[in-house]
Design a protein around this ligand. Sequence first.
Ligand SMILES: NC(=O)c1ccc[n+]([C@@H]2O[C@H](COP(=O)([O-])OP(=O)(O)OC[C@H]3O[C@@H](n4cnc5c(N)ncnc54)[C@H](OP(=O)(O)O)[C@@H]3O)[C@@H](O)[C@H]2O)c1
Length: 222
Amino acid sequence: MALEGGTAPSGGIISGRNEADRFVMGLLRAFADAVLVGAGTVRAEGARALWTPEYVFPVAADSFRALRQTLERDGAPRLVIVSARGELDPSYRALQAGALVLTTANAVARLRARLPSGSEVRAVSDADQIDVKEILDLLGAEGYRRILTEGGPRLFGQLVASDRVDELFLTVSPVLAGQTGDRSFGLIHGVDFGRAPKQGRLVSVRRHGSHLFLRYRWEAAA
Ligand SMILES: NC(=O)c1ccc[n+]([C@@H]2O[C@H](COP(=O)([O-])OP(=O)(O)OC[C@H]3O[C@@H](n4cnc5c(N)ncnc54)[C@H](OP(=O)(O)O)[C@@H]3O)[C@@H](O)[C@H]2O)c1
């Protein structure tokens, strides 16, 4: 579940910064060629955030590095940010560290002028919105095979709708969070599958204390 939480990272509010949850996130990042996020998630996570394995679980930094060497993946996974409007703050550490920003023809010039030289900006669409299939095709063509998305709910909804999500790692935390107004997001926001929800298959369950770690698979996308 994603929760709007002012300046605090919403995943952290729900998970309580649970150690096992952060380890799983680090491990998933360590296996990834690229980590794909929407600009809303970047803005919500704030100026200091990075999408590297060691940022989320620093204790295992050496093990993550060794794992990536074994997997023949050099350096950190590539951070890929999707933004239609190009509203990204160039001072953010993730952009300073170097990200690939996929945007629209309308926003590309402004973003290129603002973002640090370490980050690469590309126009992927002439329309107001980028078709997520184009994003995945572009990443595939550039050799990014294993792509991890950490959402948020708007981007994830489009990816699910496109039938290109093959696995979901879902942490269930023993926390009930209240919310007023209409700002409470679920895993998916902005698309509605109506009477044809996307049916997954549970392939593993792990427990750590009161947290559950669930892994689902979608055969159609695999
Ligand atoms: N609990 C968790 O694990 C978790 C994980 C991730 C996020 N979240 C939470 O989710 C909330 C943000 O939700 P969100 O749905 O706004 O996040 P999001 O999907 O990351 O961001 C939405 C933004 O991404 C860009 N975008 C998405 N799809 C696009 C497309 N097809 N083409 C072009 N641009 C596209 C747009 O950016 P522009 O506005 O710049 O055009 C859009 O406004 C935050 O509170 C965050 O903390 C929670």
